[in-house]
Design a protein around this ligand. Structure first.
Ligand code: IPE
Ligand code: IPE
Ligand code: MG
Length: 228
């Protein structure tokens, strides 16, 4: 099996999953958070190098304040429950997106987790928090402009300044819950990724389904515009 080096996941459907069991949306988010651990461990076991998870988009601020507050409390829940295991597995936590706009408690928890795991050199677990693909590109362009003396900008300039500059290209992008869209996730980075849309909600997306998505990826023929 060909293992994707970089897998990115749109973890969608927590709310609909909760509704299905007559539970509040927050319950779906909580169980969804536990599932991050399961999928991260499976990805690590398979030999994935970078796992990027879409946890909160720049558009998710449109949601009711209660839901946003609850979502912002979840990084702490995740870290409290799983930091020990991440350390044992040598997994490093990083983020993409403008985390400076997060509530200060959330930010502190995340910063501590990044420091704690900072010298782990195994799989990188990238949390996309307050992330938007468009703002990522704009930010990269602004970096290039700031560096000075710019008359034109190349693809290489963007690639070297985009949030994921230190990671390999996204090989496989998975979205759960059968919405067929990118929702402002990694717009620049997905240009030649293989896309897999999964017919279950994120809390139901277990290790077996993850493996099936990787198998699907492995069976695809990637041509990057060329011929084989
Ligand atoms: C994904 O689940 C989590 C976030 C976007 C933060 P949703 O909350 O979008 O769940 P649905 O799509 O409404 O079911
Ligand atoms: C995408 O899901 C964002 C995250 C999973 C964090 P959304 O639920 O926000 O996307 P839309 O609104 O269905 O496009
Ligand atoms: Mg959704």
């Amino acid at each position: 099996m060909v293992i994707p080096q970089h897998v990115a996941i749109i973890m969608d459907g927590n709310g609909r999953w909760a509704k299905k069991q007559n539970k509040p949306r927050s319950y779906g988010h909580l169980i969804g958070t536990d599932n991050v651990r399961n999928i991260a461990i499976k990805a690590d076991e398979l030999g994935v190098k970078v796992l990027t998870l879409y946890a909160f988009s720049t558009e998710n601020w449109k949601r009711p304040k209660d839901e946003i507050d609850y979502l912002m409390s979840l990084p702490a829940v995740f870290i409290d429950k799983f930091l020990k295991e991440l350390m044992e597995r040598n997994i490093r936590i990083e983020t993409i997106g403008d985390i400076s706009a997060l509530p200060v408690n959330t930010l502190n928890v995340i910063r501590r987790a990044m420091e704690k795991t900072g010298s782990n050199d195994g799989m990188v677990l990238v949390l996309a928090l307050n992330y938007g693909g468009r703002s990522d590109i704009v930010q990269a362009v602004n970096e290039v402009i700031k560096a000075g003396n710019v008359t034109s900008i190349s693809e290489q300039d963007i690639s070297e300044n985009i949030s994921t500059r230190n990671y390999p290209d996204v090989d496989l992008m998975i979205r759960t819950s059968l919405d067929y869209r990118i929702s402002n996730f990694l717009l620049w980075q997905l240009s030649y990724s293989e896309l897999v849309f999964v017919d279950c909600y994120w809390p139901e997306f277990d290790e077996k389904r993850f493996l099936a998505a990787v198998e699907e990826y492995s069976s695809r023929q990637r041509r990057f515009g060329g011929l084989l």
